[in-house]
Ligand binder design. Sequence first.
Ligand SMILES: *Cc1c(COP(=O)(O)O)cnc(C)c1O
Length: 384
Amino acid sequence: MEFRDLKKQYQVLREDMDQAILRAVASGAYIMGPQVKELEKQLAEYVGVKHCLTCANGTDALTLALKAWGIGPGDAVFVPDFTFFSSAEVVPLEGAEPVFVDVCEDTFNIDAADLDRAVQAVLSEGRLRPRVVVTVDLFGLPADYQAVRAIADKYGLLILEDGAQGFGGSIAAKRACSFGDIATTSFFPAKPVGCYGDGGAVFTDNDEWAALIDSYRVHGKGQFKYDNVRIGMNSRLDTVQAAVLQVKLKAFAEYELDAINAAAAKYTERLKDIVATPVIPAGFRSSWAQYTIKLQDSAQRDALQAALKAEGIPSMVYYPKPMHLQTAFSSLSFRAEPQEKSRNLNLCPVATSLCSRVLSLPLHPYLTDEQIDTVCTAIRKFLK
Ligand SMILES: *Cc1c(COP(=O)(O)O)cnc(C)c1O
């Protein structure tokens, strides 16, 4: 069994995919070919925002947003403690400081009440200016934007939606990557919509920020390519990857998103009486980047993972370490308390606890009922 079966997806999409790739290769327009602009239009329409700018990966997409906002030294950027490293990594790269915020036990997403506490702590210390909150749509579920927007408005924070895992999710009729003032996504192969390499995109309704991001992604270009008006990056999406993504986006919108939701619902149906299954609040829809259950403690989690492995069932721990305990942030992150005290387990206790108890199960749109049964039977056997 595969954790996310991309080879099976290719077999299903093969005819269209081979044609799209060969057309891109034969065209000779390898950088910024027509497929890139077409894809950007399709992505913007799907998400429901004015501008989509593709780039080299989801990490660059976050960096481009921070650059457009001029985030730098002296700025505080609030980031959930339970996420992939990139969400916070981009902050010190711009000279700003990440401030870690705890998450909600049930949704895994940023806790608006703890965001309020963290902003207050930064303000009372007085060293940094609160500027941005990065909301991560973790495992495919949009963050609680109603609650986060209220705190952001209270303190004048910009919302940067890290939708690397969230593309395709929604709250009521509004799609993920439209909730932030700027939103980003990743097309890393295993994400909800992935290409055959690295890729990413930035979304916004704001014309000025879109123009800045368009400049930053091509060496800070001005009126033309060899007119460079700011220090930028080389961060474009390859034409071949855009062609791949056009085929993938069509399948995703037509049936993959429904299929993965159906598979997740089957897991929940068969597991909810014996283990803590994912919580999707009313009105929310997940794109199921991961299906993550919670065990009692790390011993039980690790033993279950070993038991599944023995039966040939892959599973993953997303994520084993909270951001505030990452070595890379040991000297960088904001400390409301003295250094030693703040590095204890009481900073972001929910995120820290989740890291020891979560386990993500195999999930993708092509997972069969039989495979779901195999996984659920193995979990039930272990927990009994
Ligand atoms: C994957 C991921 C990223 C980074 O995307 P890349 O395309 O790998 O650079 C950023 N944030 C989150 C939450 C992710 O899961």
